[in-house]
Write a protein that binds this ligand. Structure first.
Ligand code: PLP
Length: 394
C-alpha cells in the first residue's frame, strides 16, 4: 500500500534538487564573503575557492581552467555565444556584415528567441528540420552552409524528448569549413558521458541547476584561442569575458556538484537506465493506446516522453500532482505559453498527440519504489480522464 503522502519528483529536466553534499558545501562557504577581485586576504580566499571550482569543472569536461567562463545560467551562456557573432568589433576578429547561423528547430527558447531577435538585426538563420525522433541529420547541416555561415549551434540533448544529437559529425562538418561550433549542453552534462574531445565544439553552455547545484550559476566553455565578445560589460572579471562580481557561493556549489558527478555519474547512469526502462515497460503494459516520443536508443537515460491518447497532458499532470507526483507536459502551458511544444511539432507528431504528452525526467533521488508508485497512480488517472473525454469512444 503506497504512502498517502508520498511525493515523487520526476521533473529533473526542469530543475534538480540541490545535492546534499552541495548543500553542505554552500553552508560551509557562506562565511566566505570577500570580493574575488580584492587583493587582500578576504578576496584571495574567495578567489582561491573559485579557481578550485573552475579546475574541477574543467577536469570533468576535459577542458583547461582558462576555458571555463562563469555565467548566471544556461540562458546567459547561449545568449553570449549567439550575440557575439553579431558584435562586429575588432576583438571578435573577422565578422560578416550579415552573418549566417545554422541551428535546429528543436533548440531551447534561449537559443531560438535570441536568434529571432538577431534576425531582426540582419543575421540570417537556417532552422534545420529533425526526423520523427528529433534527430538532426548532419548532411542537412552541411547542405545549409553558405559563404557567410559564422556559427552552427545544435543542442546536445533535447530537454523535452531526450534525443541526443550526433555532435561530433556536425562539428567535423563545421570545422572543415572554418565555422565555429556551439552546443547547448544544458541537458547533456551529467546525463551523457562525454569529454570535450569527443564532441570537438568551440563553445558549450551548461547550467548549475540541472546538475544538482543551485540556480543562478552557469558556465560557458570557450575553446582556447577563440575570441568572442561578452554579453555583459563592466570590470575585468572572468578574464574580461563576463563582467560582474563573481557569484562565489554559486561557483563553489557548482564545483562541488561536479565533484559529486565525477564520483556518482557512472553508477547513476546505469541506475537511471534501469528506472526508465521499468517505467516504460510498466506504462506499455498497463495503458493501451500510448506512444513514446524521442529516439528509442540515442536518448538521455532519465527522460521518458509519452503521448497518452484522448486526454490532455495538463489534466494528467494536475491529477498526478494531486497524488504527489511531479511531471511536465509536452504542450507548453506549464511554461507560460498556450502554444503546443515547438519540439513535438517539429517531430511531425499529430497535434492531438502533442497535447496528450507528458514528460517524466528522472534524477538521482528517484528509486524503484517511485516508479512503482507512478505505475500505481497513472493508469486509474488515465482511465478516469478517458471516460470523461469526448474523443474516447468505448
Ligand atoms: N537549454 C536547455 C536545453 C534547457 O533545458 C534549459 C533549461 O531548461 C536552458 C537551456 C536554460 O538554462 P537556464 O535555466 O540555466 O537558463
Amino acid at each position: 500500500m503506497a504512502n498517502k503522502y508520498r511525493r515523487v519528483y520526476a521533473d529533473n529536466n526542469a530543475t534538480t534538487p540541490v545535492h546534499p553534499e552541495v548543500q553542505k558545501a554552500i553552508i560551509e562557504a557562506l562565511p566566505i564573503f570577500g570580493n574575488a577581485s580584492s587583493l587582500h586576504q578576504y578576496g584571495r580566499e574567495a578567489s582561491h575557492k573559485i579557481e578550485s571550482a573552475r579546475q574541477k569543472i574543467a577536469g570533468f569536461l576535459g577542458a583547461s581552467p582558462e576555458e571555463i567562463v562563469f555565467t548566471g545560467c544556461g540562458t546567459e551562456s547561449n545568449n553570449t555565444v549567439l550575440n557575439s557573432i553579431f558584435c562586429g568589433c575588432q576583438r571578435c576578429g573577422k565578422q560578416q556584415k550579415h552573418p549566417h547561423v545554422i541551428t535546429s528547430k528543436i533548440e531551447h527558447p534561449s537559443v531560438l528567441t535570441t536568434l529571432k531577435c538577431l534576425e531582426r538585426r540582419g543575421v540570417e538563420v537556417s532552422y534545420i528540420n529533425v526526423d520523427k525522433y528529433g534527430m538532426v541529420d548532419p548532411h542537412e547541416v552541411q547542405k545549409e552552409i553558405r559563404d557567410n555561415t559564422s556559427l552552427i549551434s545544435i543542442m546536445y540533448a533535447n530537454n523535452e524528448i531526450g534525443t541526443i544529437q550526433p555532435l561530433k559529425e556536425i562539428s567535423e562538418i563545421a570545422h572543415a569549413r572554418n565555422i565555429l561550433m556551439h552546443t547547448d549542453a544544458v541537458q547533456a552534462v551529467g546525463k551523457v558521458p562525454f569529454k570535450l574531445a569527443d564532441i570537438d565544439v568551440d563553445f558549450l553552455s551548461l547550467s548549475g541547476h540541472k546538475v544538482y547545484a543551485p540556480k543562478g550559476i552557469g558556465v560557458l566553455y570557450v575553446r582556447k584561442g577563440i575570441n568572442f565578445c561578452p554579453l555583459i560589460y563592466g570590470g575585468h572579471h572572468e578574464g574580461n569575458r563576463r563582467a560582474g562580481t563573481e557569484n562565489s557561493l554559486g561557483i563553489i556549489a557548482l564545483g562541488k556538484a561536479f565533484e559529486m558527478l565525477e564520483k556518482e555519474m557512472p553508477a547513476e547512469l546505469v541506475r537511471m537506465k534501469i528506472l526508465r526502462q521499468k517505467l516504460k515497460d510498466g506504462i506499455e503494459k498497463l495503458i493501451p493506446e500510448i506512444s513514446f516520443n524521442g529516439h528509442p536508443l540515442d536518448v538521455q537515460p532519465g527522460t521518458l516522453n509519452v503521448s497518452i491518447d484522448y486526454i490532455e497532458g495538463e489534466a494528467i499532470l494536475l491529477h498526478l500532482d494531486l497524488e504527489g507526483i511531479a511531471v511536465s507536459t509536452g504542450s507548453a502551458c506549464a511554461s507560460g505559453s498556450l502554444d503546443p511544444s515547438h519540439v513535438m511539432q517539429a517531430l511531425g507528431i499529430p497535434i492531438e498527440k502533442v497535447h496528450s504528452s507528458i514528460r517524466f525526467s528522472l534524477g538521482r533521488e528517484n528509486t524503484p519504489e517511485d516508479i512503482d508508485y507512478i505505475l500505481e497512480k497513472l493508469p486509474p488517472i488515465v482511465e478516469k480522464l478517458r471516460k470523461m473525454s469526448p474523443l474516447y469512444k468505448r
